[in-house]
Ligand binder design. Structure first.
Ligand code: ZN
Length: 155
């Protein structure tokens, strides 16, 4: 069974990012590693929603390249994509599903209206997977969490 390891304090960072960007959708790349079918997140790259839209998001190629190369340097990988829904539940939209096919990693969505985080992977269908907190699991002891704000990188 797949799962995501994301601490409460890490959620708080993404939550703040979602509120900062409101009413537009916010987005971020989540970096870490995959262990025992678990997506372990330890770094968030807060990115700009290039679309500046309330209903969709995209991350610039420039940000993607920077994130992947920074992850590489740390010998980590991009394990997830985060974005927020400002007007709907945290279930992936049809557009999300299309992009999930292109980016077969875990997708974490925060719903502004429901005030919750949910994680999904795409197999044949969209499948919700549980989000666990680091402290409650023995899978990984990492407590360190870095935030890299891509807004400052693009200046
Ligand atoms: Zn979406």
């Amino acid at each position: 069974m797949k799962c995501v390891i994301l601490d409460n304090k890490h959620k708080q960072i993404l939550y703040n990012h979602a509120y900062d960007q409101y009413p537009n959708e916010s987005c971020a790349l989540l970096v870490g590693h995959i262990q025992n079918n678990c997506y372990i997140v330890n770094t968030a790259y807060l990115t700009q929603n290039q679309d500046f839209s309330t209903t969709r998001f995209s991350i610039s190629a420039d940000d993607l390249i920077k994130c992947y190369s920074l992850a590489n340097k740390k010998q980590l990988e991009v394990v997830g994509i985060f974005h927020s829904h400002t007007q709907s539940s945290s279930y992936p939209s049809q557009t999300d599903k299309k992009f999930m096919e292109l980016n077969p990693i875990c997708w974490i969505i925060f719903s502004y209206t429901k005030n919750d985080f949910k994680a999904f992977v795409l197999n044949t269908n969209i499948e919700e997977i549980p989000i666990y907190e680091n402290e409650q699991t023995s899978i990984c002891n990492e407590t360190q969490f870095d935030i890299i704000n891509m807004f400052s990188y693009s200046k």
